[in-house]
Design a protein around this ligand. Structure first.
Ligand SMILES: [Zn+2]
Ligand SMILES: [Zn+2]
Length: 367
């Protein structure tokens, strides 16, 4: 497991807009917004933004204010993973506040008030729905976004969810929508590289999602469940939680912890939860009968696992460290030849040991 170091709280102290967040270069921020028994995630990178789902219709005001607070009045992308109300409902609120460039959904029509309202607000901005194709990818600042699903059209809207992987250098986030085992299997069959630092768990932690084969490919360090306190569906279920525990994922939940925010610098992630940082998130259901412990946001830094088991080279591999730039290389990398002798250090330590000392792999030789 990653090492955990507490760091002091630095942001969100005041109600002032924190516009600086979206223009800090090379930083990716992912907000899992607490919308109860529903989904809404805001992804910000290098001044660009993507909203994935917007909660229920009754969350419209919340989404409106959240975007306003973040100073996001233009969304490069809006993604409705599937037309169920708990995903599409609050997008009207987003479109009431922000302009949008591209809107993605798995279908262009769905007979419901919530979906029609989404379409109506898009049309007001002269935008229509684009149905993305599996394998498509697009950029969000310095991050890239891959479309992994739906691989084929399903009659079940959950299994027709748009599934996305956001890649920010060595850190990645997988947004599973409400995909269940059928769609998970389709995605596995496609052979995508699924390993991700953070998984937005499919279908609010329902029993029918987050199967072992899917989890084994993702191997998330963190698993975020967007779920309502004491919801009538019994989400997340005991079995889903125990599968996540078996996968050694740190489970985080919006019902217990409120808004959950991750910040990536491409090499490691830190996270902030609104409350209950140390809650036992592996208990199924959650009944909030006592006032929440503290409203103070808690920021915790975790260095990412950097998938030591799969990326380490066999022992005995030689690496060259540059003690000045803090990069490491294979001995035959051309930058090694240009390196000044006084900065050069040879080692046979493992990749993870080298990274633990603050080095990062050279982008050319990719050690
Ligand atoms: Zn849902
Ligand atoms: Zn659904």
């Amino acid at each position: 497991m990653p090492t955990v170091n507490s760091v002091s709280q630095t942001t969100h102290k005041t109600g002032a807009p924190i516009q600086a967040d979206i223009i800090t270069p090379d930083i990716l921020k992912v907000h899992f917004i607490d919308v109860g028994q529903a989904d809404a995630s805001l992804v910000l990178c290098d001044g660009e933004s993507m909203l994935i789902d917007g909660g229920n219709a009754e969350d419209s005001d919340l989404i409106y204010s959240y975007l306003k607070k973040q100073g996001v009045d233009h969304l490069n992308y809006i993604v409705n993973t599937h037309p169920h109300e708990d995903h599409v409902g609050g997008l009207a609120g987003a479109l009431n506040y922000a302009t949008v460039e591209y809107a993605f959904a798995p279908t262009t029509s769905y007979d419901s008030k919530a979906f029609n309202s989404f379409v109506k607000y898009l049309n007001k901005q002269n935008r229509g729905i684009i149905v993305p194709e599996v394998g498509d990818s697009f950029s969000l600042g310095s991050a890239s976004v891959q479309v992994l699903g739906p691989v084929r059209t399903s009659d079940d809207p959950n299994n027709n969810s748009i599934v996305l992987k956001v890649i920010h250098d060595e850190i990645s986030f997988l947004f599973a929508g409400d995909a269940e085992r059928e769609e998970e299997q389709d995605i596995l069959d496609k052979g995508f590289k699924l390993d991700s630092t953070v998984l937005k768990v499919g279908h609010h932690g329902s029993e029918s999602s987050t199967t072992y084969p899917f989890l084994r490919e993702i191997m998330p360090t963190f698993a975020v469940i967007s779920v309502g306190n004491n919801n009538s569906y019994g989400h997340p279920t005991d079995n889903t939680l125990s599968r996540l525990r078996d996968a050694d994922a740190k489970v985080m939940r919006t019902d217990m912890q409120g808004d959950i925010i991750f910040v990536s610098d491409g090499k490691s992630v830190t996270y902030t939860v609104e409350r209950n940082a140390n809650a036992n998130t592996l208990v199924a259901g959650f009944n909030l009968t006592t006032p929440t412990e503290s409203k103070t946001k808690e920021t915790i830094k975790e260095t990412t696992k950097v998938t030591t088991s799969t990326t380490n080279s066999p022992s005995g591999t030689k690496y060259i460290l540059n003690t000045n730039t803090k990069k490491f290389h294979y001995p035959d990398c051309k930058s090694v030849k240009q390196m000044s002798e006084k900065n050069k250090l040879e080692t046979t330590q493992s990749k993870s040991e080298i990274i633990a000392q603050g080095y990062s792999p050279c982008g050319n030789c990719n050690p």
